[in-house]
Design a protein around this ligand. Structure first.
Ligand code: BGP
Length: 468
């Protein structure tokens, strides 16, 4: 079986992680420009000031992607290039830059798939309360409108937000991302609510503009599984799915929040001060939202937590490896002896992917899905000058097979974007954790080189996955 003829084979990046040019051509300061320079916040103090210099080398990079046969490139727009202060005056140089990127994609027949928000919030908005302030959501809607009007004639696939659970959870609970708050649970729930409200308003606006493209949102997809059949651990898995999956997917796809979480948040005083009008907008959005993007790296293996110790808040404990209690102490994620893990302790589980996709299918039916990220973070071996990233090939091969099986089982998946198109900055792990098909040589003027996976993916795309 080949993948369907309209299935998109792609790869992804995000502005802060690739562009650099942090203060060029009128770009404003983002929260990450500031946060990454606070001592101890990132791995060895790495930041995106230069990143991999995609800002200047985008044409070379997109030509390399075209050489791989890539059908679609998912990238994000830096809000601060378009609106340096977050709202108000538009920076034409920022519009010009993304026009060039989009036109370069189209020149090669690559479909641009654009994320409006991949975590780099204008610092002015962060200082005014960030996502726990409704004004940030209002500013986002204005920013989205500017992007639709500037780029919507050529961009027909839009993602509003990338991974709300990460930038709000790490931003308000563990403090590992800006604004660096800890244990502000009400702030966390409030931020998620304003993101969903902003998403709903933006989807409505997109419809009004009649640009005839599609719009959705991208979520982390880490389905939770109990480590065994013990009732309390099964209940822990349910709890994890309610809080970390359904809280995020339900408002988009069902138009309402899951009762299980609402009840718990109400009991604990965490419920956002939402208005009936906001809830009505969210309810309405479910009818207009076109798709859901899934970023899958690993599932969660969970047990009921009986230990009283709280999670330690540090960069190291926030990088995604299992072993910590949930913020409410109800469950904990565990590392299991019979599972396989990456060098950064992330489980490799194509089965968890497949089973999780079926779980989503059961709850949300025929909703259109894209896999908007999936990939292996590794330190790639270089042998005789060749980047021999065989583990990455194996990883993507297994996960593409899971996608194929899920499609055969009736799950409506329309595209796959490997993370990442090119080696880039990992938010908390620096440049050492590589994901790309294209290698960037940090010892040699950021020179680009094709990895073994580049040739492999090219072959898979050419045969449309028939051999998988
Ligand atoms: C996702 C983000 C990406 C990317 C990826 C890998 O959560 O959307 O931006 O960073 O994870 O994460 P890491 O770099 O921590 O390995």
């Amino acid at each position: 079986m080949k993948f369907p003829h309209d299935f998109l084979f792609g790869a992804a990046t995000a502005a802060y992680q690739v562009e650099g040019g942090w203060n060029e051509d009128g770009k404003g300061l983002s929260n990450w420009d500031v946060f990454s320079k606070l001592p101890g916040k990132t791995y060895n103090g790495t930041n995106g000031d230069i990143a991999v210099d995609h800002y200047h080398r985008y044409a070379e990079d997109i030509a390399l992607m075209a050489g791989m046969g890539l059908q679609s490139y998912r990238f994000s727009i830096a809000w601060t290039r378009i609106l340096p202060q977050g709202r108000g005056v538009v920076n034409q140089a920022g519009i010009d830059f993304y026009n060039r990127v989009i036109d370069e994609c189209l020149k090669w027949g690559i479909v641009p798939f654009v994320t409006l928000y991949h975590w780099d919030l204008p610092q002015m908005l962060e200082e005014a309360g960030g996502w726990s302030n409704r004004a940030t959501a209002e500013a986002f809607i204005e920013y989205a409108a500017i992007c639709f009007k500037a780029f919507g004639d050529r961009v027909k696939h839009w993602i509003t937000f990338n991974e709300t659970v990460v930038f709000t959870g790490l931003g308000y609970i563990s403090g590992a991302h800006p604004p660096g708050k800890t244990d502000d649970i009400k702030g966390y729930f409030t931020a998620t609510h304003y993101v969903f409200w902003a998403h709903a308003e933006t989807v409505r606006l997109y419809r009004q503009l009649r640009q005839f493209g599609e719009i959705g949102i991208t979520h982390v997809f880490s389905p939770a599984f109990s480590v065994d059949r013990q009732p309390e651990n099964l209940q822990a898995a349910r709890h994890a799915n309610e809080f970390d999956t359904y809280w995020f997917f339900d408002p988009i796809l069902r138009g309402s929040y899951p009762e299980y979480v609402v009840d718990s948040a109400r009991r604990n005083g965490w419920l956002p001060d939402w208005t009936d009008a906001e809830l009505a907008t969210i309810a309405d959005c479910a009818r207009y939202n076109d798709f859901i993007g899934l970023n899958y790296y690993q599932p969660m293996r969970v047990v009921r937590n009986h230990q009283s110790e709280k999670s330690v808040h540090s960069r190291e404990s926030s990088t995604g490896a299992p072993g910590s209690p949930s913020f409410d102490g109800y469950f904990r994620t565990v590392r299991m002896d019979d599972k396989v893990y990456t060098k950064w302790g992330w489980e490799i589980s194509p089965e968890g992917f497949y089973e999780g996709l079926l779980m989503l299918h059961e709850r949300y039916g025929q909703v259109k899905m894209y896999i908007t990220e999936n990939g292996l973070g590794d330190e790639d071996p270089v042998i005789d000058g060749e980047v021999v990233d065989v583990p990455r090939i194996k990883y993507i091969e297994q996960h593409l097979k899971a996608v194929k099986r899920a499609i055969a089982a009736g799950v409506n998946i329309r595209g796959y974007y490997a993370w990442s198109a090119i080696d880039l900055l990992s938010w908390l792990n620096g440049f050492r954790k590589q994901y790309g098909f294209i290698y960037v040589d940090h010892h040699n003027n950021l020179q680009r080189r094709k990895k073994l996976s580049y040739y492999w993916y090219r072959q898979i795309i050419a045969e449309r996955g028939e051999s998988l």
